[in-house]
Design a binder for this molecule. Structure first.
Ligand SMILES: [Zn+2]
Length: 278
């Protein structure tokens, strides 16, 4: 009967889709697992925040028993000098191009949800004034949030290198950005940086004198360590150390939804240090 055939077809199609998804997830898992197993032996590694040479041994290791996607255990290391925890080293030390390849693979199997509401709240923490130029760095899918801010008269821009062109005001390449900006902000970004010192230094150069930044993540606490893509955790003194090494001052921090892991995040505010301010 036609209806039976139709039902069978739908069933086969659905299971084909499910199998495709399963295959993609398995591919991500195996690829990451392989990469993590390829970590080369070494006796020390520079801390990505303070450059102290951290001994690589059981005394400094912080192990997450099971990484997400079923990639097995994740091992990171704690810097006694600044409290930062960094690793897995296999991902931290990948070339930039190599890391981008891993993200492309990841995004074929997984998508991050839009976080437009949180982004607006992060920006609000910087108390933007009218006429100020604002940059959302690593904005993700942001067409709606951008439209809302533009409608309010704000001079806002975005930067998102890993997605197709979304809007005239969302750059895909750094060369498209015309600074200086008065405010730079991000959400769930800084824990993904391979070289936080280099990125904070670059942000300093993009900002106007005494410009402000707000960077939000849950990783100011030891949370979401199951993601192998979280390459460092700005714990303890490391936020202050990073700020002072790169020409910033920490001017505030606010936690939201503490105790509710899925919705928890913390915003740290930075101000560019300039001669007049010292
Ligand atoms: Zn350190």
């Amino acid at each position: 009967m036609a209806l039976d055939r139709f039902r069978r077809m739908v069933q086969e199609l659905t299971s084909f889709r499910a199998n495709q998804r399963f295959a993609r997830e398995q591919f991500v898992r195996l690829s990451l697992r392989q990469l993590l197993l390829s970590t080369r032996d070494r006796s020390e590694h520079p801390c990505p925040v303070c450059e102290t040479r951290v001994p690589i041994n059981n005394g400094t290791a912080v192990t997450t028993e099971q990484g997400m996607f079923g990639v097995g255990p994740l091992v990171r290391y704690r810097c006694a000098n600044c409290d930062a925890v960094f690793g897995p080293l296999a991902l931290l030390d990948l070339s930039e191009a190599g890391l981008i390849e891993e993200y492309k693979l990841l995004y074929r199997a997984y998508r991050e949800g839009a976080t437009t509401g949180i982004q607006a709240s992060v920006l609000e923490q910087t108390e933007p004034r009218s006429g100020e130029r604002i940059l959302n760095f690593g904005c993700g899918t942001w067409k709606k949030g951008l439209a809302r801010l533009l409608a309010s008269g704000a001079d806002v821009w975005g930067y998102e290198p890993s997605l197709p062109k979304q809007h005239d005001r969302i750059a895909q390449h750094l060369s498209e950005l015309r600074g200086p900006f008065d405010v730079v902000f991000s959400h769930n970004l800084i824990e993904h940086l391979q070289d936080p010192v280099a990125q904070f230094t670059a942000w300093r150069q993009m900002l106007s004198p005494n410009g402000r930044m707000a960077h939000a993540t849950a990783c100011y606490e030891w949370l979401y360590d199951e993601s192998p893509f979280h390459l460092w955790f700005p714990l303890g003194r490391s936020v202050e150390v990073l700020a002072s090494r790169t020409g910033f001052r920490v001017t505030g921090r606010r936690a939201f939804n503490r105790g509710d892991k899925a919705n928890f995040y913390e915003v740290v505010l930075f101000q560019r240090q300039d001669a007049a301010d010292r």
